[in-house]
Design a protein around this ligand. Structure first.
Ligand code: ADP
Ligand code: MG
Length: 697
């Protein structure tokens, strides 16, 4: 059965081996199934015919039936154009072509009736259409009443007549062959409850809808199917893991209580208290925890992490904290170290630049259990890193680590799989969280510690540079410090470094009375650390840097963040950078410097930054502007390769699918009920087709 859909597209009448090869190479269409799922990306409304006197240039496009009354050539040999006058009983308009003139001259028939489609323009009190689509009037196209599909095509494809029209033709040939083979893959009761049309109708209508309504119904049905099966898979994975994976039972809280009573430096926010409860509930459950902790920059994730570490310690287990960069590792080491010291807890740092002798000592104490916490980069994954009893893994900024790296750390526990807490400072919109992290539990710190001032954000053009410098001087006089960040502009490190160095020099010239530090990715970690420490101690007042300072760095006295060429940064990067200031009681400022040439999207990013400090709001705009694949960095396990659903537009539908999937799995986890048989069958088919049902986690 499945084999029919797996038939090579070269077997479609009118395709053949040569065109098939082009389609395979250009848009990865190999078999029938690929082809029918090559959906139009928009539609031209051909449901209506206009009379010529109804048309004005406000219309995006119009469709008219008329007679060619006159044909003439104008212009010279260099730029010849063909003008045809099209008439109906209400008036006339001009059709103009600059291309394909000879061909049209041969084929256009004066006196014949045509269907014409295009964008109307007004010129000298009359209407014309430039390069219209034109077809001789036939029985078929005279009826109107349908929407034309528009398919993506490439230059190469167009040379092989595989433009949008060519693809529509292929779909027209293929659909009637395929439709009898299509099996409904949603249970009847879901179709009824969710008011969904059958799959075969949906497929037909997604390519050739008869109306807006039928198109909407088709889209809804296909999106539902896609999101529903994705959610079903993720929920099943999560449940499966929860049932199977026993976890360490952490019930004791001695150290934690001591810390809470004697040392905690501030009252936790309600959000912090809530997520700690959520996490603690996992740790007491006897199942392995797999939880994502998200919270905006400055929301106070560190103290939460430390409290969780204490629980592990209380129960006799070590913790590993893994961060994506050396600087972040250093930061965690310092922050967690401060708390650890209060309780006499042993903590060490391991990165690729740790000295051999020191490393040997660390590994030894880690293996004996003397060392209780280790913070590190992916150096922690190395085989030589052996724990006595690893019970808790905290991973900062998960999407920079692959799923496989996560798994390698797990395996360092000799008993059960350790608990895993993934922390991210980049808030993820709900829809994305539900898909990418759909197999994790999620805790969100959605509240900042009290008294935090909003960071005042301004957008300044390069012309105002002197004023900006003046402002920085004023702040430094009041005892504050400033970051000035340069973007990566060229792909080449050399050029970027030069750009940064030029910036450093001009800042040095502009601020002769102050000390200026510099920080970039090519420096050794000792040099970086030295620069950071000098800045932290206010031995330097301005830090010129690349985005290496993006995540996590905490310099409470820094109140100004200047971002050069801000239009070149992504939204979440800008937000992260801004989060480097505003970390203490002083009013802080973020100044976005931008050149004169800013794209529309670039402007929207800058305006969003000026408008809001809310990381979740920023994440939503980011999702809208960039799409989910780019946000997550990599295409994770194909989860984001959605064929038709759109995480930005389809949030409500996704929610519905999630609920529907949850309900089914709750009621009938193995799909044994008669009414769910279709689901079981479809999952099996998906399984054999792609095998990725089981590969995802
Ligand atoms: P992030 O979530 O960005 O890692 P941190 O954990 O670094 O945030 O916390 C940011 C700052 O806020 C730190 O200086 C920290 O000591 C402080 N902080 C955290 N929680 C609270 C709280 N409940 N009340 C007051 N200050 C807090
Ligand atoms: Mg932090």
């Amino acid at each position: 059965m499945a084999s029919f859909f797996q038939t090579d597209i070269e077997r479609i009448k009118g395709v053949g081996p040569a065109k098939a090869a082009i389609l395979k190479k250009e848009v990865s269409l190999f078999v029938f199934a690929d082809m029918i799922q090559y959906y139009p990306f928009r539609y031209e409304d051909r449901t209506h015919f206009y009379k010529i006197n109804e048309i004005d240039e406000e219309y995006e496009s119009v469709q008219v039936i008329g007679t060619i009354a006159h044909i003439e050539l104008a212009g010279d040999n260099h730029r010849m154009r063909l003008i045809a006058k099209l008439k109906d009983e209400t008036g006339q308009l001009e059709l103009i072509w600059f291309q394909g003139v000879n061909w049209l001259l041969k084929t256009l028939q004066k006196g014949a009736k045509y269907v014409v489609y295009g964008k109307p323009n007004a010129f000298n009190n009359s209407i014309n259409i430039l390069h219209p689509e034109i077809e001789i009037l036939t029985e078929r196209n005279s009826k109107g009443g349908f929407m034309h599909p528009v398919y993506h095509s490439t230059e190469v494809m167009k040379k092989w007549s595989l433009d949008s029209k060519g693809i529509a033709k292929i779909q027209q040939t293929l659909l009637p062959l395929v439709i009898p083979h299509i099996q409904e893959n949603l249970p009847a009761y879901i179709l009824t409850e969710q008011k969904l049309i059958p799959k075969s109708t949906a497929l037909k209508n997604i390519h050739f809808p008869e109306s807006d309504d039928s198109l909407l119904a088709a889209k809804k049905r296909l999106k539902f199917e896609e999101l529903f099966y994705l959610q079903l898979k993720l929920i099943a994975l999560k449940n499966n893991r929860k049932q199977k994976s026993k976890g360490f039972l952490f019930g004791k809280t001695e150290l934690l209580t001591k810390f809470y009573k004697e040392h905690i430096p501030f009252e936790l926010t309600n959000a912090q208290k809530r997520v700690i409860k959520e996490i603690f509930a996992d740790l007491k459950s006897g199942k392995q925890m797999n939880r994502l902790l998200q919270g905006d920059v400055g929301s106070g994730k560190t103290i939460v992490a430390f409290i969780i570490i204490l629980i592990a310690l209380d129960n006799g287990y070590q913790t590993a904290i893994m961060a994506p960069t050396e600087i972040l590792t250093e930061q965690h080491f310092r922050e967690i170290g401060k708390f650890s010291e209060l309780l006499g807890i042993k903590i060490a740092k391991l990165t690729s630049s740790t000295k051999k002798k020191e490393k040997k000592e660390i590994l030894k104490t880690l293996a004996t259990g003397e060392l209780q916490i280790i913070v590190g980069t992916h150096a922690l994954i190395e085989e030589s890193v052996v724990f006595q009893k690893l019970g808790m893994i905290i991973i900062d900024e998960q999407h920079r680590f692959g799923v496989e790296q996560r798994a390698k750390l797990w395996k360092k526990s000799h008993e059960l799989a350790p608990h895993v807490l993934v922390m991210t400072a980049t808030p993820i919109p709900r829809t994305l969280a539900m898909t990418v992290y759909g197999d994790l539990d999620i805790s969100t710190i959605d509240e900042l510690p009290a008294g935090r001032k909003n960071i005042k954000t301004h957008y300044q053009s390069d012309a105002n540079r002197l004023r900006v410098f003046g402002f920085i001087k004023e702040q430094i006089k009041q005892g504050r410090q400033a970051f000035i960040v340069y973007p990566l502009i060229e792909e080449s490190e050399k050029v970027d470094l030069k750009y940064l160095m030029d910036g450093y020099e001009s800042i040095t010239r502009a601020f002769p009375e102050y000390f200026i530090g510099i920080l970039h990715g090519k420096m050794t970690s000792e040099a970086k650390e030295l620069e950071m420490m000098r800045f932290l101690k206010n031995e330097t007042q301005i830090m010129v840097a690349t985005t290496v300072i993006e995540v996590g760095i905490d310099i409470p006295n820094a109140t100004i963040m200047v971002i050069e060429n801000a239009e070149r940064f992504g939204l979440s990067q800008l937000h992260q950078l801004r989060g480097r200031v505003g970390r203490a009681e002083h009013q802080s400022f973020c100044i976005l410097m931008a050149g004169t040439k800013v794209t529309k999207e670039g402007r929207e990013r800058l305006e969003t930054m000026v408008r809001t400090n809310d990381g979740f709001e920023i994440a939503r705009v980011d999702l809208k502007l960039r799409g989910p694949g780019d946000i997550m960095g990599t295409k994770q396990s194909g989860i984001l390769d959605l064929m038709i659903a759109d995480l930005n537009e389809d949030a409500p539908l996704l929610q519905k699918c999630r609920e529907c999937a949850e309900q089914i799995i709750h009621e009938d986890p193995e799909f044994l009920l008669q009414k769910n048989e279709v689901i079981k069958k479809h999952i099996l088919a998906l399984d054999t087709q792609s095998n990725n049902w089981s590969k995802i986690s």
